[in-house]
Design a protein around this ligand. Structure first.
Ligand SMILES: [Fe+2]
Ligand SMILES: [Fe+2]
Length: 287
């Protein structure tokens, strides 16, 4: 018996195999000519190729034996994440071409993933589920508040919106896989591991991204209080991405939580129509 499986809506997961910004000479500060905003997204993007490969492995480990509907969702989730990684590798290369050195940021991701070696697969799944909740909250913010990407380069904005749309679409997959994999666990055992991994992931996510942003800003000659206050204001003041994620973060610990209890259907629909209108003509022109 899978708790919640039947009761909640799930969208069709639709991998959109698209490419963004090929041949684009990316501005060093591509988002509003703002080094802090740019560093915020660049530092996240550096983590995606290896991070998403970890998500794929963690979920795929539980695919066999899952109900057919969930297996199909896992397969679509994998296709989406593989496409995201390919596009973020291209984006990261453009950031390198614009003058940034990202090797230290990559080394931190590698070291973090090395620490997961030998861990029980269910712990990796719980970490993936927590990180997928993080990405779904970020994605919701990106799509619900166009101001986050306002002033950014068009192709790069479309890359982030495409990624956000698909993250929302598949936001329940790791969670449903977890519900299936732990179907014989008690509620309290399930909650304890889920909550513990969310706390660890939160600490590591925030610490890792802040260090990454600081390093990129250092390369821009921005250090000390200017860098720290700039990051704090960007995350917690305006536009306040991290501050806006707090209610969603708390909901993760509540009894009966499921990503689709926050119904994003209208957001998907709205952004898919915007997205198609913005991207499709350009794709056909480029063809
Ligand atoms: Fe992704
Ligand atoms: Fe994802």
């Amino acid at each position: 018996m899978q708790p919640n499986r039947v009761a909640l809506f799930r969208p069709t997961i639709n991998p959109r195999d698209q490419r963004f910004g090929r041949g684009l000479k990316q501005e060093r500060w591509w988002l509003n000519n703002d080094p802090i905003a740019t560093a915020f997204y660049n530092a996240m993007s550096v983590t995606f190729p290896r991070g998403e490969a970890f998500f794929v492995e963690s979920v795929r480990a539980f695919r066999d034996g899952a109900p057919p509907a969930l297996q199909n969702e896992i397969n679509a989730f994998i296709k989406q994440e593989v496409n995201h990684s390919r596009e973020h590798i291209a984006f990261n290369n453009r950031a390198i071409d614009s003058g940034y050195h990202i090797a230290t940021l990559e080394a931190d991701v590698i070291e973090m993933l090395e620490r997961t070696r030998g861990r029980p697969p269910i712990v990796d799944l719980a970490a993936t589920m927590a990180l997928e909740h993080f990405t779904a909250m970020l994605a919701h913010e990106l799509l619900a508040n166009p101001k986050h990407l306002a002033g950014g380069e068009m192709a790069t904005r479309e890359l982030w919106r495409w990624h956000a749309l698909e993250e929302i679409e598949h936001k329940g997959v790791a969670y449903d896989t977890w519900l299936h994999a732990t179907r014989n666990w008690s509620r309290s055992k399930r909650w304890r591991l889920k909550a513990l991994l969310m706390l660890l992931v939160t600490r590591n996510f925030i610490r890792g991204r802040v260090l990454g942003i600081l390093e990129l800003l250092r390369q821009d000659g921005i250090t000390g209080p200017r860098a720290w206050f700039g990051i704090a204001w960007y995350a917690l003041g305006t536009p306040g991405m991290l501050r806006r994620m707090i209610p969603g973060w708390i909901s993760y610990f509540m009894p009966g939580f499921h990503p689709w209890k926050h119904d994003d259907r209208a957001l998907i629909k709205l952004n898919e129509s915007d997205y198609a209108a913005a991207v499709m003509p350009k794709l056909s022109e480029a063809a």
